[in-house]
Write a new protein. Structure first.
Length: 243
């Protein structure tokens, strides 16, 4: 008896599931049609503002805003964020840029400004990342040294500058100009006017040796010294007289 009841219930149960599936399908179709209708009648959301965020020193916010505004095409949802980011990155002063939509009508652009830590020659700057960049105008910025060398050695020159400057700071000297020559030797001008030359072999050790000699012998007579040559294994050469 129970077996006959179960047999009779199975077709009814399958029919109920089919009806439920059909109902769900109809509801989903109705929802899609409704959303399509809403999308057709939804008012176009025009971008009202492109907002630039960041702490700027050399970068001019108004110029960047105009540059970004030209990259905005279409309404709020149509704006190509990668296009806006590329526009921001086209400025030599921009290190990085992040672009986001902000409901209902704004585009936010977060900018990290590229900060120069030195001049690279007379026509470019170098960043803390060792990147050479050339804005429209290059000016001498107080406190920044001038570095020279092959462009593909920029990171190395920057690293050596920091290491050398740290050694010279022991006697309160600082590099104002540093050049890596084609022969991979170094020529540097210090803030007291002194000219130093040192080769690529044991460079920092030789500079440390100079610091010791400067502290005990040369500091009192620095006004009489034109240049110091450290390109020797066991000594240094001092050129006397300011020329």
């Amino acid at each position: 008896m129970n077996g006959a009841l179960l047999t009779d219930e199975h077709p009814r149960l399958r029919l109920r599931w089919r009806l439920l599936d059909l109902l769900i399908g109809v509801l989903l179709l109705a929802l899609v049609l409704l959303l399509g209708k809403v999308a057709q009648t939804w008012p176009t959301m025009t971008v009202q503002a492109v907002r630039v965020h960041g702490d700027f020193h050399a970068l001019r916010r108004d110029e960047l805003s105009r540059l970004l505004a030209r990259a905005v095409r279409g309404d709020f949802w149509q704006v190509d964020l990668s296009r806006v980011q590329a526009a921001a990155m086209s400025s030599p002063w921009v290190e990085s840029a992040r672009v986001t939509r902000v409901w209902p009508d704004s585009i936010d652009v977060d900018i990290h400004e590229r900060r120069p830590v030195a001049l690279w020659g007379q026509h470019a700057y170098i960043s803390s990342q060792g990147q050479i960049f050339t804005p429209g105008e290059v000016h001498l910025i107080a406190g920044l040294p001038v570095l020279y060398g092959p462009a593909d050695q920029a990171l190395y020159v920057m690293a050596q500058y920091r290491a050398m400057n740290a050694i010279l700071a022991q006697v309160e000297l600082h590099i104002t100009e540093l050049e890596l020559t084609e022969r991979m030797s170094w020529r540097m001008r210090l803030d007291d006017g002194l000219l130093l030359r040192v080769d690529a072999h044991d460079t920092l050790d030789k500079l440390q040796r100079f610091v010791v000699l400067y502290r005990h012998e040369l500091a009192a007579r620095v006004g009489q010294i034109h240049a110091v040559d450290l390109r020797y294994s066991n000594g240094i050469a001092v050129a006397w007289g300011k020329n």
